[in-house]
Design a protein. Structure first.
Length: 449
């Protein structure tokens, strides 16, 4: 039994000593270098296998259009022995070789070297790097569709950035990677404007808000509205996420509005005191929109982006903004009847005979139109060629022609005007003139026919 034990001990000792001697020149660990197991390898054999494997290396370049490959020969790749294997063996304790099963599995890096010029040429030669195979990205943009602005998606394209590709490929090779995904390394040109760009989404929201706006111009018995159809045609989209207005188109809108609603100097149909209808032409009474100021006003309202009801900006205003702008408060003078009526809020407050201008070309009272009362004056002197007369009340409506009392007259109406009329004014009895003056205001229409 003793001899048997002794023999076993001698055998074990011999195996152990033999292992110590063997693992002075061989690896016993489970490490790997460049994917090659080092166990039982000598440093020399391991280096040869590494060199052979580096020569067989190739890198898969994953692009948006498929995979391409660059092999070791294309980039002049070779093993750059910097003693990694020697250091690994030197750090191994041969006396511990029986415990090699407990050695942790790891992968020790090695150094490789490549020819940068060859690598650049290999990258340039890739199919994905050819101009004819690259499509530039397109920016997201706004498009008018179904009465609103929508964002049209950007397209990524497949245009590669050489410097980024080169850096990504070189790093992958030196790290011993089997593939490099160009998408993960920002190698592609990106659109300047993506569909989720807050500048673009903000512009889209702003424009659609503008399309929902209405600008209503109120003309008493009718309205003219700038709404979706108008506003959408006026918008001009800029290149910097801004917008502006087509001022010419806005001005055209104001012009059309003025054409439809201006009344100054235009023909009107008027129902006289007797109920007959006459056509009046000319005169200075009525409404006249200031087109330039109203255009500026409208652009300001559009910029504000809120729905509002407003009036245009006027150069001249009448008394009533209804289609019948004479309304129900006015002065009516009939030359043939030599009579004047004053209506206030539809009720006749004055019905009086008058004397108008002598029926000659020089003194005839202007007629056939509508004028506005220009002023109200008391204790006034009327002067002209051959006269200087004091009046208690004076309501001019056409230059030096107006309505006033005439204390120098003892009678009114009839045919006095034909031979002994005024110089063009409407002479009125003082008692009636007091009532006229008390009721009529500046801007009231005066109809003479």
């Amino acid at each position: 039994m003793r001899w048997a034990v002794l023999v076993i001990v001698i055998i074990i000792a011999a195996v152990y000593v033999g292992g110590v001697v063997f693992f002075h020149s061989h690896f016993y660990g489970a490490e790997s270098i460049f994917g090659i197991s080092v166990r039982m390898q000598t440093v020399g054999r391991l280096k040869q296998e590494i060199s052979d494997k580096v020569g067989e290396y190739y890198l898969t370049v994953v692009t948006r259009d498929g995979d391409e490959f660059i092999d070791a020969a294309d980039m002049g790749l070779s093993y750059d022995d910097k003693g990694e294997a020697d250091e690994l063996l030197a750090g191994q304790n041969p006396a511990l070789w029986p415990l090699m099963s407990l050695t942790a599995v790891s992968d020790t890096d090695i150094s490789v070297k490549l020819d940068d010029d060859m690598l650049g040429e290999a990258i340039t030669a890739l199919s994905c790097m050819q101009d004819e195979n690259m499509t530039a990205p397109t920016d997201a943009y706004l498009e008018f569709e179904d009465k609103s602005y929508v964002i049209v998606d950007d397209t990524p394209g497949n245009t590669l950035i050489y410097d980024s590709v080169y850096d990504a490929v070189r790093e992958a090779v030196l790290d011993g990677e089997s593939e490099v995904v160009l998408e993960d390394h920002d190698c592609y040109e990106a659109p300047y404007v993506a569909a989720d760009d807050p500048r673009l989404t903000g512009e889209c929201d702003s424009l659609n808000g503008l399309l929902a706006m209405t600008i209503t111009y109120d003309f008493d018995d009718r309205q003219i509205v700038a709404d979706y159809d108008d506003i959408s045609s006026w918008l001009i989209l800029g290149d910097d996420f801004s917008y502006s207005w087509d001022e010419d188109a806005v001005s055209d809108f104001v012009y059309e509005m003025a054409y439809k609603t201006d009344t100054m100097g235009l023909s009107r149909t008027f129902t006289t005191h007797s109920g007959s209808q006459i056509t009046l032409k000319g005169g200075d009474y009525g409404w006249l929109i200031s087109q330039s100021a109203t255009t500026e006003q409208l652009i300001g309202l559009l910029d504000a982006g809120e729905s509002v009801t407003v009036e245009p900006i006027y150069r001249y205003k009448g008394l009533s903004r209804a289609t019948d702008d004479i309304g129900d408060s006015y002065v009516e003078v009939s030359i043939s009847a030599q009579n004047m009526w004053v209506y206030k809020d539809g009720k006749c407050v004055v019905d009086t005979p008058v004397v108008t201008g002598t029926d000659t070309d020089e003194r005839r009272t202007p007629s056939g139109g509508v004028w506005a009362v220009d002023a109200k004056m008391e204790d006034y002197y009327l002067t002209g060629q051959g006269y200087d007369s004091h009046v208690d009340y004076w309501l001019p409506f056409n230059g030096n022609v107006g309505i006033h009392d005439a204390s120098w007259r003892s009678s009114f109406g009839g045919n006095i005007y034909k031979t002994n009329g005024s110089h063009g004014c409407v002479n009125t009895p003082l008692s009636a003139m007091k009532t006229v003056y008390a009721n009529v205001e500046i801007g009231w229409p005066v109809i003479v026919y």
